[in-house]
Write a protein that binds this ligand. Structure first.
Ligand SMILES: Cc1ncc(COP(=O)(O)O)c(C=O)c1O
Length: 381
């Protein structure tokens, strides 16, 4: 199949049991959850409930009903931001956000005049928590931060930011797209009020799964209104979780796959997954330095990043590098701005983009060797 180094976009391959469980569910059950009361539908309910529970536990969160399923983290972030922010509210965010946060904030700025402060990280993607503290105003309603940059990999100081949010009675929303399943994230210890996750990256689940964990009492306005399978005479969304924020038929087959994926993470153990990814990242940082004419962005230290490394090769544009890696060596990477123009602005690549590798648990050291060989070889020919 070639060498897949685009795990920051979506993880591949997935553990076998993920696909198997989806197939088995669709063949042997296939019923909706939260709707019927026959035995098969109850089984669907159970599978969905158990997935909520497993996901909650992964983040040390004990209330499965507040684990809201969405179709991806983009929807989770929209749900949180649109459901919380009101006219003239002020928001503090990072300079590394994916467009799922940034475009949503900019849209709300246009629609309801919210105020945004973007806290500038340095060129390696390190954010100083003091700058977050100094950005707080009287009308600051929310702090939203990515846990790790999807361009530089830099892990953000969410513990310190969570403390600042708590001290100032401000809601704290964390985008865990690049960290859930690799880093041990404790929702309580980090004072996270809203944790957004996506199922298809390091959680190893299928695309079309994601969610929002609501660890606060704030009255979040639903993004959608519609059927929830109960209270049907009531003309508005019910006021309890998960139904308040989760409407329409759920992606039960996807959730079943996600359930199996979380079980896989638990059986492998998250420390083991992180350790392997860190070793591969450390090796990649070391070996990439041997490539001629390379400029590597972000911290050159595996302790400060997840398995995401961006780089450019002098005099060859990023698209051409990625195209050659694919066509000539069957190596899959991503080039461009990675939906994070702000992060590229920090490193001065907003106009040219960069090549990004996303290392995953199923990569091997040999994949990195082949990448390094190919990057040198491209320059020789
Ligand atoms: C940090 C970050 N946030 C949000 C997203 C959006 O993820 P999804 O497409 O699953 O909604 C991504 C995916 O690239 C990401 O890396």
């Amino acid at each position: 199949m070639g060498i897949y180094l685009d795990n920051a976009a979506t993880s591949y391959p997935k553990p076998n049991q993920v696909a198997k469980s989806i197939y088995e569910f669709m063949i042997n059950n296939g019923t909706s959850s939260g709707r019927g009361s026959y035995k098969m539908a109850m089984k669907s309910d159970f599978l969905v409930y158990e997935t909520r529970k497993l996901i909650g536990e992964l983040f040390n969160f004990k209330n499965p009903k507040n684990v809201i399923f969405t179709s991806n983290i983009t929807e989770s972030i929209n749900l949180a931001l649109r459901g919380i922010l009101k006219e003239h509210d002020h928001v503090v965010t990072s300079s590394l956000e994916h467009n799922s946060v940034w475009r949503c904030l900019k849209t709300l700025e246009k629609e309801i005049n919210i105020k945004i402060t973007k806290v500038r990280a340095d060129e390696y993607g390190y954010t100083n928590p003091i700058d977050v503290k100094n950005s707080i105003k009287e009308n600051t309603k929310l702090i939203v931060f990515t846990h790790a940059s999807n361009v530089l990999g830099t892990i953000q100081p969410i513990k310190e930011i969570g403390e600042i949010a708590k001290e100032n009675n401000i809601l704290f929303l964390v985008d865990t797209a690049q960290t859930a399943g690799v880093l041990d994230i404790n929702i309580k210890e980090n004072n996270i009020d809203l944790l957004a996750f996506t199922g298809h990256k390091s959680l190893f689940g299928p695309m079309g799964t994601g969610g929002l964990i609501v660890n606060c009492d704030y009255d979040i306005n639903p993004l959608k209104a519609g059927g929830t399978g109960g209270d049907s005479k009531y003309e508005y969304q019910p006021n309890y979780y998960p139904n308040k924020l989760e409407t329409g038929t759920l992606n039960v087959s996807g959730i079943v796959g996600l359930r199996e994926a979380i079980k896989f993470i638990n059986s492998e153990n998250i420390e083991k997954i992180h350790k392997k990814e860190k070793e591969l990242t450390s090796y990649a940082l070391k070996k990439l330095k041997e490539v001629k004419n390379i400029k590597i962005y972000g911290p050159q230290n595996e302790n400060d990043i997840v398995g995401v490394i961006s780089f450019n090769i002098d005099n060859i544009n990023a698209e051409e590098v990625a195209y050659n890696l694919d066509m000539r060596y069957n190596i899959m990477v991503r080039s461009g701005l990675h939906c994070s123009p702000n992060a590229h602005e920090l490193i001065g690549t907003k106009d040219i983009g960069a090549v990004r590798i996303g290392i995953g648990y199923f990569n091997e050291f040999d994949d990195i060797d082949k990448l390094v060989y190919a990057l040198n070889d491209i320059q020789n020919s």
